[in-house]
Design a protein around this ligand. Structure first.
Ligand code: C2O
Ligand code: CU
Ligand code: CU
Length: 500
């Protein structure tokens, strides 16, 4: 059944399932309707305007230079998002967002993972070029109550803005929205950007709370569209306030750690200068940008200019990504971070370098592949969320099936085609890729990206195909998938076996 007939035929039946129970919960009688298949909530008010805080760094326990050693324990914890209401969450070392990991390219990294969350988990090092057996993929679960060591040496030339999160089979979406995710910054040996710009991670997450302070489980609407919360948080706070001197130029690493939000962001009259993407620096800074776009799981390295005194708010702009069913949230003009620029002036900084690095022209592929994304809403028999399947080339993920076979160093073009009417952010494990072009599936019009950039997530807009230039550097099994985590859990994922 296709999506539209599914929605027409299924709406009445679905209204009697989990959504019904939620709508009847005390305190939820007349909130914002999320639709019949969603639930209705009075979105709780969260305090805003706390002083901005940086995420604390994971301390390095290694004693020799060039090494990083630490441990990360995932466990149940509690947070107080609303004063007086205790929310059960999942945390790494008691923190959500998880501690910031900052390492240097070339480092030998050893992280001892302790899983105490009550079910299987893993730590996946998203965007970090680690060997396949250290990738924390679903094929290597870590049982509850056990630990495992992740260790890898970071290659030189692969500095970037990465992150880490769980990747257990069918449980990734829930473990991430409950709080397990952190930033992982790989610094270059010599940073071309002067230290005076700072380096501040803004980890963006998306919180939904029920009236009792708990995080409600995903609804049918969440499975279809990905979970959109009621509150966007930056480093765990709703719209915190950062105060800076006039003339400040500040470097931010934006990390979209939400399950499913497409973040088109503006900082009002304060312009962005783009420095880098997922896989590190662009070739040159790109100044004068009024907005940036971060599909789920993507990252940007930017400098923001706060030239004159005043108030500047980082907030969401409208973005049409397609929506299935009722209850599409109004997600524009959500405030993420307020910056107050004082009248005192900061000392001038040295200028940004004119050139950051070279990104090679990948050349012509020796293999071309075609991957078609699909949404299959299933028959009426399998309702409750699980009859739904998200597919690639009409197949749902199976970790015992290898979908593609590749070779180390082989340059491939992956045409990821999205004939559905919803955007899907596509991610490949193992190594960054370059977007060659987007193709409009109706008109055939081809649009190259504005500049060369190394990505590990690319948004494939509905009705388009993205042609990616992909080259794996290390052998082993790698996952690729839609990074709307609900879609990944429902099967929009595959495995490529990279042979030595
Ligand atoms: Cu962010 Cu398969 O991962
Ligand atoms: Cu990944
Ligand atoms: Cu998707």
């Amino acid at each position: 059944m296709d999506r539209r007939s599914f929605l027409l035929a299924g709406a009445a039946t679905l209204a009697l399932t989990r959504a019904q129970a939620q709508m009847n919960m005390p305190g939820m009688s007349h909130g914002r309707m999320q639709g019949m298949m969603g639930g209705a909530y009075d979105a709780l008010a969260l305090p805003e305007g706390a002083v901005f805080r940086e995420v604390s760094k994971l301390a390095n326990q290694a004693t020799k230079p060039g090494a990083f050693a630490a441990s990360l324990t995932a466990a149940n914890a509690r947070a107080e998002f609303v004063p007086g209401l205790s929310t059960p969450i999942l945390a790494y070392n008691g923190q959500s967002p998880g501690p910031l990991i900052e390492v240097n390219e070339g480092d030998q990294v050893a992280i001892q993972f302790v899983n105490n969350i009550g079910e299987i988990s893993t730590i996946h090092w998203h965007g970090v070029p680690v060997p396949a057996d250290q990738d924390g993929a679903a094929m290597a679960p870590v049982a509850d109550g056990t630990e495992r060591a992740y260790s890898f040496t970071l290659p030189v030339g692969f500095a970037g803005t990465c992150w880490y999160h769980p990747h257990p089979h069918m449980k990734t979406a829930e473990q991430v929205y409950r709080g397990l995710a952190g930033a992982f910054i790989v610094k270059p040996k010599q940073d071309p950007v002067p230290a005076g710009y700072g380096d501040t991670v803004l980890q963006i997450t998306d919180l939904r709370l029920a009236a009792d302070g708990s995080m409600p489980p995903d609804t049918m609407i969440d499975h279809m569209n990905g979970r959109i919360g009621d509150h966007l948080l930056v480093n765990g706070l709703k719209n915190p306030v950062l105060t800076v001197a006039a003339g400040t130029r500040r470097r931010f690493r934006l990390l979209n750690a939400t399950n499913a939000r497409f973040l088109r962001l503006s900082f009002g009259a304060a312009p962005f200068t783009l420095l880098g993407t997922d896989g590190g620096y662009l070739e040159a800074p790109v100044p004068g940008q009024n907005e940036v776009f971060l599909p789920p799981a993507s990252r940007l390295d930017v400098v923001v200019d706060f030239a004159e005194p005043g108030s500047f708010v980082l907030q969401t702009l409208a973005y049409e990504h397609g929506w299935m069913g009722p209850g599409r949230p109004d997600d524009t003009s959500q405030k993420l971070l307020s910056v107050k620029v004082a009248t005192t002036r900061s000392a001038p900084l040295p200028p940004l370098p004119a050139r950051l690095r070279d990104i090679e022209n990948p050349g012509e592929p020796v293999v071309t592949r075609r991957l078609v994304l699909g949404e299959n809403m299933g028959g009426m028999g399998g309702m409750g969320g699980m009859g739904m399947a998200m597919t690639i080339n009409n197949r749902r993920f199976d970790m015992n099936r290898v979908d593609l076979t590749s070779k180390v160093g082989q340059l491939e073009m992956w045409e990821v085609s999205n004939p559905t009417d919803m955007d899907h952010p596509f991610h490949i494990h193992g190594n960054s890729f370059q977007l060659r072009e987007l193709v409009d599936l109706k008109t055939g019009a081809v649009t190259p990206p504005p500049r060369r950039a190394l990505l590990d997530v690319v948004n494939v807009p509905r009705g388009h195909a993205a042609r990616l230039m992909v080259r794996q550097m290390l052998p082993g099994l790698r996952m690729y998938h839609c990074h709307i985590l609900e879609h990944e859990d429902l099967g929009m994922m595959g495995l490529v076996n990279v042979q030595a």
